[in-house]
Design a binder for this molecule. Structure first.
Ligand SMILES: Cc1ncc(COP(=O)(O)O)c(C=O)c1O
Length: 414
């Protein structure tokens, strides 16, 4: 089923009936259009669904650019930084430590100084832009800012902080559903940003799955806007997520690098890996995606094993993807989503790029959390170094002259 691009709030597949076992695909970009601008949401705007939504509803490009610039100023006011191309460089010490030759090495994209300290704001920005454009065009069911429905998100850390940061920038009320065990620093940060915090213990009569997701869905049913970083909750999050892949491709080309052996990406809900890899592919870089999970929670690996050759795997959702049965555990606690919600989009990119799923043992997760920040000076959390853990797991079987990329993200808040 196709949802026309001029539709307001195209969050989910219209056939979705409450189980979220549906996928709304983002149109593929065949010919990436790039403007010279430091803000990726301006440089790449024409390739994104929110821009196409605006122009299909007769908003001029000039007005769109002005709206993005004003929003970015408000974000910079709330966060200290607006959107910009984040740095990507070959990390010398890390490459040496891992035994790469001068021909090969590890290229690291640093997302720790992105808006709200991680890549998460990229996913949410495309949803926020859609909403603000719809308000500007008077297409929303609410008539004024005073009657806006709240935004809602479920998350244990970086995504919640990114959502609350963007919401604070535009003064939009937000309900954040967090685990019972959520970290004090995360909760303090959310409180400072003015988010309404809901801790979510598991209830006796809960269905299987993450209770923060269950409570979030109840809020959405009651009228909240899914300000989510999970594609099945809001497909537009996969739109802005591609900016990181497009940026990487531009930055590699600027270094005259036209080929990578692999890109290692830590996977929790799966939106990050899917959209990063999709962005690279749309830029003409078919880099094998190596999706990294931890031994303490690896539902994508299970799904990849059974669904890799199933063309329409979405129609067999429950056969391949279901909540991890054991309580998920790892130092990389931000990727312990008990389901890989975006597993269909991940599977597509794994297939397309001839990629694979790697399950890092906890020892490698711990080592990555130590050598990542120490050898790169990028203060990333253990969640954000988990992609590196995947590289450590495979290092014995990869070539010394391989050129690999990964993303260090999720600024360490301790
Ligand atoms: C720093 C960091 N990297 C990667 C991820 C994984 O992203 P996704 O949940 O989209 O797979 C997260 C998610 O919480 C994160 O915080």
């Amino acid at each position: 089923m196709h949802v026309p691009v001029d539709t307001f709030a195209p969050w989910r597949c219209p056939n979705e009936n409450g189980d979220r076992h549906h996928v709304l695909l983002i149109d593929e970009v065949d010919n990436l259009l790039i403007d010279d601008d430091p803000n990726p949401f301006i440089a790449f705007r024409q390739n994104m669904m929110w821009w196409q939504f605006a122009t299909a509803n007769a908003m001029s490009d000039e007005n769109i650019v002005q709206l993005v610039r004003e929003l970015d100023l408000a974000i910079a006011d709330a966060d200290g930084t607006g959107f910009h191309f984040t740095p990507m460089t070959r990390q010398e010490k890390l490459s040496d430590e891992l035994g790469f030759t001068a021909l090969g090495g590890v290229w690291v994209k640093d997302e720790t100084h992105n808006v709200a300290g991680s890549q998460k704001a990229r996913h949410l920005m495309s949803i926020l832009l859609h909403l603000l454009i719809a308000e500007e065009l008077k297409m929303t069911p609410w008539a004024s800012r005073a009657t806006r429905p709240p935004l809602a998100i479920s998350s244990c850390g970086n995504a919640a902080i990114a959502a609350a940061t963007l919401a604070a920038a535009v003064n939009w009320p937000i309900d954040v559903f967090i685990p019972e065990w959520a970290d004090g620093i995360v909760v303090d940060t959310l409180a400072k940003l003015g988010a309404r915090i809901h801790r979510c213990p598991r209830r006796d009569n809960d269905l299987p799955g993450d209770p923060t997701v269950l409570r979030f869905r109840e809020a959405v049913t009651a009228g909240a806007i899914p300000f989510s970083v999970q594609g099945p909750e809001n497909a537009l999050c996969l739109d802005g997520g591609r900016t990181i892949g497009w940026e990487m491709a531009e930055q590699l080309r600027a270094e005259n690098l036209h080929h990578l052996t692999a890109v290692y990406v830590q996977v929790g809900g799966g939106a990050f890996a899917a959209s990063l890899s999709r962005g690279l592919s749309e830029s003409g870089f078919d880099v094998p995606l190596v999706a990294v999970q931890t031994a303490g929670c690896a539902p994508l690996e299970r799904a990849w094993k059974s669904a890799r050759d199933v063309a329409d795997c979405a129609s067999e959702w429950a056969t391949h993807m279901w909540p991890w049965e054991e309580p998920p555990t790892s130092l990389a606690d931000g990727i312990l989503d008990d389901e890989t919600y975006d597993w269909v989009a991940d599977t597509q990119q794994l297939r397309r790029t001839n990629g694979r799923v790697v399950v890092a043992c906890e020892e490698d997760v711990v080592r990555a959390a130590s050598i990542g920040p120490n050898l790169t000076a990028i203060q990333s959390s253990a969640t954000g170094t988990a992609g590196l853990a995947g590289l450590l797991s495979e290092r014995a079987v990869t070539g010394d002259s391989d050129r690999v990329a990964l993303v260090l993200s999720g600024i360490s808040r301790h």
